[in-house]
Write a protein that binds this ligand. Sequence first.
Ligand SMILES: Cc1cc2nc3c(=O)[nH]c(=O)nc-3n(C[C@H](O)[C@H](O)[C@H](O)COP(=O)(O)OP(=O)(O)OC[C@H]3O[C@@H](n4cnc5c(N)ncnc54)[C@H](O)[C@@H]3O)c2cc1C
Length: 388
Amino acid sequence: MIAVKAELPRALTQLSEEEALFQDSVRQFAADRIMPLVRAMDESQVFDSGLLRQLFELGLMGIEIPEEFGGAGGTFFEAILGVEAISAVDPSVGVLVDVQNTLCINALNRWATPAQKRRWLPRLAKDTVGAYALSEAASGSDAFALQTRATRCGDDYVLNGQKLWITNAKEAGLFIVFATVDPAAGYKGITAFVVEKGTPGFALGKKEDKLGIRASSTCELVFTDCVVGSDAVLGEIGKGYKIAIETLNEGRIGIGAQMLGLAQGAWNHAAKWAKQRKQFGKPLAEFQAMQFQLAEMATEIEMARLSVYNAARLKDNGSEFLKEAAMCKYIASQVAEKVASLAVEVFGGSGFVKDYPVEKLYRDAKIGKIYEGTSFMQLATIAKLVLG
Ligand SMILES: Cc1cc2nc3c(=O)[nH]c(=O)nc-3n(C[C@H](O)[C@H](O)[C@H](O)COP(=O)(O)OP(=O)(O)OC[C@H]3O[C@@H](n4cnc5c(N)ncnc54)[C@H](O)[C@@H]3O)c2cc1C
């Protein structure tokens, strides 16, 4: 027998030199530039405009935009590393970067015509925030029951309806909006449009006052006889459902990364606290019960990380990743909620007040089980795939 030495695949958590450099620079940026703003942004529910500028300058708002359009020309995995590193400090900033990269830019990279790419991608790379508008009051989990109407009028389309819960709406200049051109056709009427801020007939409605990720804006969008040209159609008429399904499959990995980062951030705070805080004459970290709690949290974070990285690597190398994406979001959001809750307990009374960061991370964790498909919806997808 001849022994064949096959090249071993790299372990999921072993980063390439480029990935490691990128991760280090984002971590540094988050510690230096985001950390000092976290509490004020949470209290005021306003995203710092200077921070937004810096996110663009660092290339974090156009990670996968090709260099020819002014982007960083990076990979999906790098976007995931970026969202994770930022969310360890502030998941509100994490979701802004996530929606920009994993939903908006992804959709345009994949479905925009060359002319549309030349028109929108340089702006998204430079200074324009994107938002992704699918949900409505009556259509959340059942997203394709949406009622926003797009009526053909000559070469144009006239949009009428309302979107709810739209992340980044306050800061955004470009909105990917899903509407139906034919309600009788069901999901086959759904079409994606790119609508620019300031288009007559398009206005922001109520801004939500939220439990967590409060610096991230979440608003209603109102369309009243809003006219867009046929050059605003993304992909094909009646194929918007495909764009929604496929971008959300990818976006889910981004939310997994947001929740993974959050969990790691909460763990870091808890471990530091446990080493400093003394009771019964010694640091909390010297009690075995505390060590086991922190060890279990670290183990679950590792499980979430493997799951998120695996889904992202599968996506980058062109493999099927639907099941893994649903699983990683499901796992990471569970781990984030549990770890953030335990971190509050590790801090004791200090964990329950706003002077320390874990109180906010605990509030921020809840959204992971809700947006981009609730945990029940992830389980429904997983069940379909594993049971056939
Ligand atoms: C902060 C925030 C930001 C958001 N950002 C965006 C955004 O940028 N763009 C966007 O388009 N949307 C966004 N959303 C909307 C989000 O995706 C929806 O809230 C989510 O999909 C759930 O829909 P829903 O709120 O209508 O809940 P529902 O669909 O009404 O669900 C309520 C409950 O019923 C359960 N349920 C529903 N159907 C079933 C079923 N068949 N079997 C078992 N249980 C079921 C759900 O799991 C959930 O527990 C955001 C929401 C929030 C809160």
